[in-house]
Design a binder for this molecule. Structure first.
Ligand code: MN
Length: 339
């Protein structure tokens, strides 16, 4: 398996090899790479004879129930307190662990980070952050080399799912030859590519179609930025739960826009209004920095943040920032409009 392009930090390898009972955590609002990498890590550790537990802050989404081990993922109330290592996967900052990180019980346990987000805050005692990888699952394909792991079908299925979902099936601009090599290795090891694509990208409930029909009817386009809002009332009417990255794909395919945004109304922890912002940028443009400035994170082509306030307030302040940011990037970075 070719892993020469990337180097796994020695301190991370040493800690993983020494640990015997490991908690693997991924992030709130989990996506395919979160599930694929947290379960992949568990399968890797178990194949080395270690005890490993996968934990996620939110209940497992039914869409990812097909992943080997998905039924074993525990929530915040079902973790133990005798782990000797915590591995955080696909997480750019500690707060992304949500309620699953129980500081009083876990504060003294060494915590390491494996992630591909360029905005990672390096919050572990050992951090492997590799923004050249398109998915955390791709990093685990690399990690399987120095750990001496023979990839079986279960592990391959988990890791290829992370790669397929984060690259939208090899369509994102960060789909390098190394991504394809990692995917090829997983397919050779038994992962079912067409099944993964069908399970993750090529299916949706009718409630999604219903929601999109309402949301897209009120889509906006202004100076190269397109956006939609999703209210709690619209989600309720459509009987729709949670987020949908495919709506991002639709918006980011609009000819006349270089940047796009989805503003989803949320209720904050204390009942006060908040808005989840999800940004996309065409090649040559960058929405990662803006999300970071607004307290979120992500990459140049895709990023997000959550801002306190009503839908109207947040849209009213953030859309002008996107418009200004696009104009600045057109002027200073040589980015060219994509239309
Ligand atoms: Mn990822």
């Amino acid at each position: 398996m070719k892993t020469g392009t990337f180097t796994v930090p020695t301190d991370l390898l040493t800690r993983i090899k020494a640990a015997q009972n490991i908690l693997c955590i991924s992030h709130v609002n989990a996506d395919g790479d979160a599930y694929g990498s947290v379960l992949g890590m568990v399968w890797m550790l178990r194949s080395l004879g270690k005890r490993a537990t996968a934990a996620m802050p939110d209940p497992v989404l039914p869409d990812f129930g097909f992943l080997p081990g998905a039924g074993e993922i525990v929530g915040p109330d079902d973790t133990a307190d005798d782990y000797d290592l915590i591995i955080c996967l696909d997480m750019s900052s500690a707060d992304r662990m949500g309620a699953v990180y129980d500081e009083p019980r876990f504060g003294a346990i060494p915590l390491v980070v494996i992630d591909h987000h360029i905005t990672n805050t390096n919050f572990g005692v050992a951090n492997w952050v590799e923004p050249r990888c398109a998915a955390t699952a791709q990093m685990l394909v690399v990690l399987s080399g120095p750990l001496g792991i023979e990839v079986d079908t279960r592990l391959a299925q988990c890791l290829l799912t992370g790669i397929v979902t984060d690259t939208l099936c090899f369509r994102t601009s960060n789909t390098t030859p190394e991504v394809l090599e990692a995917a090829m290795c997983m397919q050779r090891a038994g992962a079912d590519l067409s099944d993964i694509v069908r399970q993750t990208l090529n299916r949706m409930p009718f409630s999604t179609l219903h929601l999109w029909s309402r949301v897209l009817a009120d889509a906006h386009l202004d100076q190269g930025v397109t956006w939609v809002t999703v209210s709690q009332a619209q989600l309720r009417q459509a009987g729709h739960e949670g987020d949908d990255s495919r709506l991002n794909s639709i918006l980011s395919s609009i000819n006349e826009a270089d940047m796009s945004a989805i503003f989803t109304e949320k209720l904050g922890a204390n009942g006060s209004p908040a808005v989840e912002c999800s940004f996309r940028a065409k090649p040559g443009f960058n929405v990662g920095e803006l999300a970071f400035q607004l307290g979120g994170g992500g990459h140049a082509p895709a990023s997000g943040c959550t801002i306190a306030g009503t839908l109207d307030d947040v849209v009213g302040s953030v859309v002008p920032m996107l418009v200004a940011e696009r104009r600045r990037q057109l002027a200073h970075t040589g980015a060219t409009p994509q239309h």
